[in-house]
Each structure stands twice: as C-alpha cells, then as structure tokens.
Design a protein around this ligand. Structure first.
Ligand SMILES: [Zn+2]
Length: 502
C-alpha cells in the first residue's frame, strides 16, 4: 500500500478516536424496518400476501413448464416506468440497482417510451414480480414498504428477467436439506423444485451465495431453520441480500447472450472458493480437482464473457474506475454476511440530490481501521462516530456505528446517519429536503464487478416527524442534542436514521 494512503488512514482513524470521546447524544435514533432485518418473504407475509414462493406472481396462462424460451426474454434494454405512488427513497434505490445491472451485466434499463411491453414499478402491498417477460404490455413489479433496499430490488428484477429461486433447482437436495417438519403449515409448496424444462441452471453450479436463495429461516413455523446447508459454513450465507454473486452474474451473462448450451461446472469454477463452486467430492473419490487454463467450450462457457456485451460499449467499466477506493486487501467476494468477515471494511457514504441519484461514486468514505479490533473492544450499545462530512449544498452529516449492536438488537451491526450543525452554520434550508444518504459497507474485492457491498439508503423527508411531533430532519440546533467538540465548538447532532446490518 502506498505511503500516502497509510497517512490518510491514520488521519481518519485519529478523527474517529476524537469523535468517540464526545458525549453520547441523549435523543433516540430511528431504525429503518423497526430495527428488524426483514427479508422479502417476511415483508410479504406480514402484508398478508400468499404468492408462489413468497414473491412470485403467476399469470393465468403461465404454467411452470413454460418459462424457458426466447419468448420470455426481455430485450437487452428493458423499458421501465416508475409509478407516482413509489416512495421517493425507493425511486432513488431503484436507480442505484439499475446502475449495478449496467456495471455488472449486459442488461440496461431505460425509461419507457412507448414500447409494447414494459415493467411498471409501483408501490404494492409487498415486494413481488412475475418471472420473465409475460408480454402483457404493462407488466407490474411491486416495490412496497420496506422493499426499498438495493438487493431486494435487484432480486425482484432477476425474477422479471426470468430467474426462479436458487433452492428450487432440481439438484438442490445435493446441497441443502429441507426440514419439512419445521415449515409453516400450508407453506410447503414454496419448497417445490423445478426440473430443467422450467428453470435452466444454465450450466452454473449450485450457488449458496445467490441473491435468489431463500434464507435458512424461510417459512419456518418456529425457531429452527427450514433449510440446512450440507456444508455447515454456508448456513448463514444462504439468503444474502447484498449484491449479485458471481454465479448470479454468470447466469445473467449466459441468459442474455443466448447461450443455452449446458456446460459442465469445470468451465466456470475458479476453484478458489471454500465450497469448490458448490461441488462436493464423493466419499470414495480419490481424484483431485484439476485447474485448467481453457475450457473446451471456449469463452462462451466461462467468465470470459463477463462485461462484454454484444452491441454495447465496453468502456462502461472504465467510466466507473475512479470509484475504486485504492488498493484494498482482497477478501472473497462471496464473503459470508457474518459481521466479522467484513474485517477492515471501510464505509462509504454519499449524500445525493434525489433527482440526480444516478451518482455512482460515494462522495465520502469513512475507513474503520482494524475493524476486528474495534469489534472485540467496543461493548454492546456503544457507538463510534465518523467525522462530520459536509455535502456540496452545505449539509453536514455523520455516521454512527454500533459494532456490536444496540441494546434492543445486540450482536447486530447497526449504522445510523444523522445531520450535524455547528455554531454559525448558515445557508441551509430546514428541514433538510429530499437528500438520499447511502451507507455502504464496502466489499474490498478489487474487481469492481464482483464487489458485494452491503448498502442501505435513507431519504430526508422534510415532513417526517418524531414521536414527540418534532420534524425529524430539522436543524439539529433546534431538534438535536448539543455536544461540545474537542476544539470547544458547540455541535448539535440530529436524530440518526439507519439500518441494522447483518
Ligand atoms: Zn424472490
């Protein structure tokens, strides 16, 4: 690592230490999702929905053996329309999800301009989609309350693009065990499998890390998991809701380049993952895996096609290169979502005007150096604070991190963003209107297309009030708590708003 980078890290770390010495604010923070980490299926169940596999809408004509085929494909550029009823934060996150599709796949999304078939995104009673292009003209995809996180939106659009859930693959019993007696009564059908005439695996091995996999607790009737992974280490990996896995991307690549020929797993496995691409060697087998430099099927059967889109500029990835946060220690892109496996992960934050939310680069980064040490030495319900950052419009905000969770949610990493104002600040409009704050725990994979960062966004709704009736995003000098900074300047911190991360 370059010497300049090391100095930078030290400065940031120093600021963190001084921030820790500030008195804790006495006001309460607000938890997105009420402090619960709700998966898509939890949200839909609480909404009273009873859809196929929790979030799939089947139309009258659709049978489960009819999904494979070119007629269910969308064009490479998918027309979409955002309905007016969508929450503003959801609109911003949807645009961020499209950016990830553009960056990592050959799929693009453009506003509908009269095409016959298009995806209408609306605020329904939950998060759901049809599978594939149903050729119904206006095809609806719901992003309802609490569905406004990027992984949820990417997941629903993967359905719209023709993908089923990972654990419904015909070969899933080789990788997971379904605990039928722990499934809520009447929900067993959600664990059906589809044969290869319904859902092609596109020659990609079973993927515990897929965004399309249920979590271990899906549709459970008690407290015990309904899905047990054959490799125990992957028990907490299934159900990840961060970003596309490598295999999700490979499947997208193969489906959009119309490569339907089934290939063997040897074509795509890089052999660097602990699960050896999901393959398990039989107890009696004596041969070792072989790594080869080329596959018989050529570049259409391996990662060589990633990022190379027919008829599309290949410079897109170059355009986002400045977003890289320098050289970072490589960790496996499919890292488990256990908090300790995100060691030395820096945080990224951005504050966008909601109307310009196709910003691809976080404006500010807060690096927490030696994160494992911080985790081991910060008690539950104790926060560490980022230095204040000031946006172009003059709003200052701060990130507050509970490495070992809050009192109400011990053990769950929690992150909050709050506005900050200092004596003498002028020029801002209060309450702070419609700024989207994106908090990102960054994956450090140096390959930007393979990065699986954990991010959540919140938007400053100027009309939002607290339980006591105060305006949530008002001037912190009016509604926040006052602390005296180490330089003697009075600072006021507003309430924090943010997610629990798992
Ligand atoms: Zn789904």
């Amino acid at each position: 690592m370059a010497g300049g980078k090391a100095v930078c890290l030290l400065i940031v770390f120093y600021l963190c230490v001084t921030a820790v010495s500030l008195p804790a604010p006495v006001i309460e923070d607000y938890d997105v999702d009420g402090g619960r980490d709700l998966d898509i299926f939890d949200i839909n169940e609480e909404s009273g929905l009873d859809l196929v596999e929790g979030d799939i809408v089947l139309d009258e004509k659709q049978t489960r053996n009819s999904i494979i085929g070119d007629q269910y494909r969308w064009p490479q550029t998918v027309p979409y329309y955002m309905e007016d009823d969508l929450e503003i934060n959801a609109k911003g996150v949807i645009l961020k999800a499209f950016e990830q599709y553009r960056l990592k796949t050959c799929i693009d999304f453009q506003p509908w301009s009269g095409e016959k078939n298009y995806i209408s995104i609306f605020k329904g009673n939950g998060c759901y989609s049809s599978v594939g292009n149903r050729h119904v003209g206006k095809q609806r995809l719901s992003i309802g309350t609490n569905c406004d996180r990027i992984a949820t939106i990417e997941h629903e659009f993967l359905h719209a693009l023709g993908f089923w859930h990972e654990q419904s693959r015909s070969d899933r019993d080789d990788y997971v065990k379904i605990m039928w007696d722990r499934i809520s009564e009447g929900k067993e059908h959600n664990f059906n499998t589809y044969d290869d005439t319904t859902s092609s695996s596109l020659g990609v091995p079973y993927d515990y890390g897929s965004m399309m996999h249920y979590s271990k607790n899906a549709f459970r009737n008690g407290t015990e998991p309904t899905i047990v992974t054959n490799i125990p280490a992957f028990s907490d990996v299934i159900g990840q809701r961060m970003e596309f896995s490598d295999s999700d991307l490979l499947k997208l690549s193969r489906s959009t380049t119309a490569v339907t020929k089934t290939s063997t797993f040897l074509d795509s496995c890089d052999f660097e993952r602990e699960n050896i691409c999901g393959m398990i060697q039989g107890a009696g087998a004596t041969a070792d895996w072989l790594r080869v430099s080329a596959a018989a099927g050529g570049p259409t059967t391996d990662y060589s096609n990633l990022g190379k889109c027919t008829g599309k500029s290949t410079t897109r990835s170059l355009a986002v290169a400045p977003c890289k946060f320098g050289r970072q220690k490589k960790i496996p892109s499919g890292f488990p979502r256990h908090k300790r496996d995100t060691s030395t992960t820096p945080g990224g934050m951005s504050l966008d005007d909601i109307n310009l939310s196709e910003t691809t680069c976080p404006e500010f980064a807060w690096r927490v150096k030696n994160f494992n040490h911080v985790m081991d030495n910060t008690p539950e319900d104790e926060a560490i604070y980022s230095p204040p950052f000031t946006s172009k419009e003059g709003y200052s905000f701060q990130m507050k991190l509970y490495p070992n969770g809050t009192k109400g949610n011990p053990g769950e990493l929690a992150v909050y963003a709050n506005l900050v104002a200092r004596e003498g600040d002028t020029g801002q409009k209060w309450p702070c209107p419609w700024k989207q704050i994106t908090m990102m725990l960054m994956d450090q994979n140096p390959h930007i297309q393979k990065r699986m960062s954990n991010q959540r966004s919140v938007t400053t709704d100027p009309s939002r009030t607290t339980t006591s009736g105060a305006l949530f995003w008002d001037d912190p000098r009016k509604v926040g708590s006052e602390v005296t900074d180490t330089d003697g300047v009075n600072t006021s911190e507003g309430r924090g708003w943010g997610p629990q991360c798992t």
